[in-house]
Design a protein around this ligand. Structure first.
Ligand code: HEM
Length: 307
């Protein structure tokens, strides 16, 4: 029998997940509230490999919208495999653009200081080269790209249509939908990582150290999937159309290696691209203190935590 939790408990999951874990994880493998099932037992994370679970169904009302038709984390089955392969090619291309163009691109951003605006301009300029988009176009559209991303996370079709129209009338790029995914979805997590690395005392930011820093400060709190049909998993009945939430903060990211980068067929393909981005920024930019780094945050692409 899956234990039902109260709204007050659920608020605690959001505000103090560790306290919530201590309270519930000893006696419960899964707890439920409304149509949410929170998976508390890391031994059940193989559920993420289960064919009865869907990524696509998470954006039900937006499914197949042209702006997100190539967002790999919102597509299932064979189409997912195809799009994932293309996104891997672009992630590798991004690394070679970083290797060949970082120095000259960094000279063009607002200042030599590493702050959230210069980091954002740098990433946008790199993606312009990666996706063959004329220089400066992404910068001029960054508010629309941010709002398009927000409308996907908040499932607002009206806003999505509005910002998609504005963007596609200004940008003609091959794989525009995938480009918008990589731009809008990765900039906040790259900036989060740069902020965490600024706080690190280490002078030598190796790829492994950057991954360790992300593991200790995961930018996302959980993974989610939707049950497409009722099914049984390890003697647990999972009803149809439930949102399964898989927390990825400690202790989960201790028990499951690299869970902060996902698990199974949708696991992140951008880990190496991330560490190359961060190293390029620290190799070219002048370190700023954390306060200055975040001071400019409000006007840029920032984190939204959404199931
Ligand atoms: C701190 C930085 C990052 C973190 C923590 C992160 C984390 C994740 C996670 C947890 C997923 C799986 C989501 C799910 O299963 O629902 C994912 C998927 C993905 N990530 Fe990352 N990511 C980061 C940076 C990047 C970067 C820089 C890129 C690209 C250059 C990237 C590209 C992707 C792609 C394409 C997917 C979808 C894979 C698929 O659905 O098959 N990520 N990421």
């Amino acid at each position: 029998m899956i234990k039902k939790i109260s709204y007050k408990d659920f608020e605690e999951y959001v505000s103090d997940p560790h306290k919530f874990m201590i309270k519930f994880s000893k006696e419960n493998q899964i707890v439920k509230i409304e149509n949410y099932l929170i998976v508390l037992d890391p031994n059940l994370f193989n559920l993420l490999l289960n064919e009865n679970l869907s990524c696509e169904a998470r954006v039900s009302e937006l499914q197949n919208h042209p702006s997100i038709e190539d967002w790999p984390m919102y597509v299932d089955g064979d189409r997912h495999k195809k799009i994932r392969k293309v996104s891997q090619e672009y992630a590798i291309k991004t690394i070679s653009v970083l290797k060949n163009n970082s120095k000259e691109i960094w000279k063009e951003v607002e200042s030599n200081k590493i702050n959230s605006l210069t980091v954002e301009s740098f990433i946008l300029s790199i993606y312009e080269i990666v996706f063959d988009i004329p220089r400066g176009v992404l910068f001029s559209l960054k508010e629309d790209i941010k709002k398009l991303h927000t409308s996907v996370l908040t499932r607002s079709l009206k806003d999505l249509n509005y910002h998609w129209e504005k963007i596609k009338n200004k940008v003609t790029a091959k794989n525009l939908s995938l480009a918008l995914f990589m731009i809008s979805d990765t900039i906040p997590s790259i900036k989060h990582t740069v902020g965490c690395c600024l706080a690190s005392p280490s002078k030598n930011l190796t790829h492994n150290l950057i991954k360790e820093i992300v593991s200790k400060n995961p930018p996302f709190r959980h993974l989610s999937r939707i049950s497409k049909r009722p099914f049984r998993f390890k003697n647990i009945e999972i009803p149809e159309n439930r949102v399964l939430i898989f927390p990825i903060f400690s202790p989960f990211n201790v028990k499951i290696k690299e869970i902060e980068f996902g698990y199974g067929e949708h696991k992140c393909i951008g880990v190496a691209t991330l560490t190359h981005f961060v190293r390029s920024i620290f190799e070219n930019g002048e370190k700023e203190n954390l306060y200055e780094y975040h001071k400019l945050e409000s006007s840029s692409l920032s984190m939204i935590d959404k199931f």
